[in-house]
Design a protein around this ligand. Structure first.
Ligand SMILES: [Zn+2]
Ligand SMILES: [Zn+2]
Length: 95
């Protein structure tokens, strides 16, 4: 039975914080509800934030990702503190 000392790597887990620049670079949008008030339009059509599941309201500040998904700026920021992916489609963003 052989015993080998493992390589002395230590535990150097690289904690890679999501780049805040990525978040800042995202397109910022002030949400405007469509002028058309069609009675036909269903609530399902209302664009929604996939983080908090709230419908976007007039003048909400949104961030749009390159994948065209939109989220509240306030919702997306804490997400991007941990990850650099789209909460919906998981596409990875790079600086
Ligand atoms: Zn939200
Ligand atoms: Zn997406």
């Amino acid at each position: 039975m052989r015993q080998r000392d493992g390589p002395n790597l230590g535990i150097s887990q690289i904690v890679r914080l999501a780049n805040p620049e990525i978040f800042e670079k995202l397109t910022e949008i002030i949400y405007q509800k469509p002028d058309e008030t069609k009675e036909e339009s269903k609530e399902d059509d209302a664009p929604q934030c996939a983080v908090c599941y709230q419908d976007f309201e007039q003048c909400d500040v949104l961030k749009q990702l390159p994948c065209r998904h939109q989220f509240h700026k306030a919702c997306l920021k804490p997400w991007f503190d941990k990850k650099n992916t789209c909460p919906l489609c998981r596409v990875e963003l790079s600086a």
